[in-house]
Design a protein around this ligand. Structure first.
Ligand SMILES: [Zn+2]
Length: 154
């Protein structure tokens, strides 16, 4: 932590913590215009409003949005939010890993086959329904004709 004194606080924190947001772990863009979405901001773990200092021991880098989210919450609350966030991220990463481990070819084919079977079943159902409709309307027509014939015969 003996960063060159001529480095800005952001520069020193970048050296100390890397180029990621303290809260969400997402990449910070040090070339982005200040205040833009991925630009680094100085987050006071103990908020200035709560007497937090400007020393590096009280500072971390975050996205502007993440900084706003942390706001003036007590330091313990910020640490809790961060732990929760990281647990969520770990869960998402684990789920992604499971998906990544599933062979895409297999999964894709099975999915397509299932879809084809389903479509074939639907078509079969439709055909049976159409046939039933034709038979029913034929029978109705026959009955009408029969009734008409009977009426004429009388
Ligand atoms: Zn962030």
């Amino acid at each position: 932590m003996n960063a060159p004194a001529n480095l800005s606080k952001v520069g020193q924190l970048r050296l100390r913590d890397g180029e990621v947001c303290w809260l969400c772990g997402g990449k910070l863009d040090f070339a982005a215009p200040p205040g833009s979405r991925k630009a680094p901001t100085l987050e006071h773990l103990v908020a200035k409003a709560n007497g937090g200092g400007n020393g590096l021991d009280n500072l971390v880098l975050t996205h502007p949005g993440c900084n706003k989210h942390l706001a003036d919450k007590p330091r313990q609350e910020k640490l809790r939010i961060r732990a929760k966030w990281q647990a969520n991220q770990a869960g998402i990463a684990a789920a992604r890993q499971v998906r990544a481990d599933t062979p895409v070819e297999d999964g894709g084919n099975k999915g397509r086959q299932r879809a084809q079977v389903h479509t074939a079943q639907l078509r079969g159902k439709l055909r049976r329904w159409q046939l039933a409709t034709v038979i029913a309307s034929g029978a109705a027509l026959l009955a009408t004709g029969l009734a008409a014939g009977l009426a004429i015969a009388r």
